[in-house]
Design a binder for this molecule. Sequence first.
Ligand code: NCD
Length: 337
Amino acid sequence: MKFSGRNILSVGEFTRAEIERIFEVADRMEPYAHRRRITKVLDGAILGSMFFEPSTRTRVSFGCAFNLLGGEVRETTGFESSSLSKGESLRDTARVLSGYSDVIVMRHPQAGSVAEFASASRVPVINGGDGANEHPSQALLDLYTIRKEIRHQGRAGIDGLSIGMIGDLKFGRTVHSLCKMLTLFKNVSVTLISPRELSMPADIVEQLRRAGHNVVESDNMEQSLSVDIAYATRIQEERFASLEEALMYRGRYRLNKRVYTQFCKPNTVIMHPLPRDSRAEANELSDDLDDNPNLAIFRQADNGVLVRMALFVLILDVVDQVDLHARDVNWYTERRF
Ligand code: NCD
């Protein structure tokens, strides 16, 4: 198991033992992410953050994770502010920016683009989402969240769970990566709930089946919600040929208090990679569930910092130095909930 210097491009690169190692390191990042301790282990290091698609959580949490380890972030967002808009190739941009940073995180609308960029980069590259293809760090934080929530309920772990994924399973890269990662576990029941036209790509369904998982595909949400984890997603309107086409599906599934109470198990954990589309015509995950203790979406977003910190300390090979460069926090750190 070697993490140092590695690119993180696809979840297919991981073994189960490696995922468990990332989770164990993520647990160790808690005192830093929760502002009890500060560490300067990456003092002097620079993260190149390049986001060519909209992003709030992924971009900011990667940046914060690096800052929390004592490193600095240099950021470019959008094509307009980058030389890619002057016709520069991804490979040239990679050669140049990898001279300025120690590790790079990149998001780009084209599937495969981050891998192409990484092939010319002189430093490790993390895929922050490449089109509809993959979003490996999100899958890691999703699985880390599932493990934590399930343990909190007094259950063992991911093997044997039932997971329902709801919404745009065709274009949603988070569910693509999550399904691929689940193939490393045992005996998972996966219910894929989507309009027929937006179903999970057949090769991913096949990978789940080959892993021995029970997979059910359905377009009826209410009849399919008797699961341990309900993972809602947004219609990825930016990936449709036209907005009109996307609008046909917006609002098709609405997970709300009524549906949850009537159709879910009493402790079904509710997840969503966020952003949830809260416009009235969509409202795929209603805020009338916000008081439900099983709503894990904000804990899920918080966990992104832990998992991303873990990736940085593993890739930059400083896991055992984190605590050596640390001290207690000296400012007001209490949090409101
Ligand atoms: C997701 C993404 O960008 O794929 N967001 C995220 O990273 N948390 C999901 C989405 O945009 O719907």
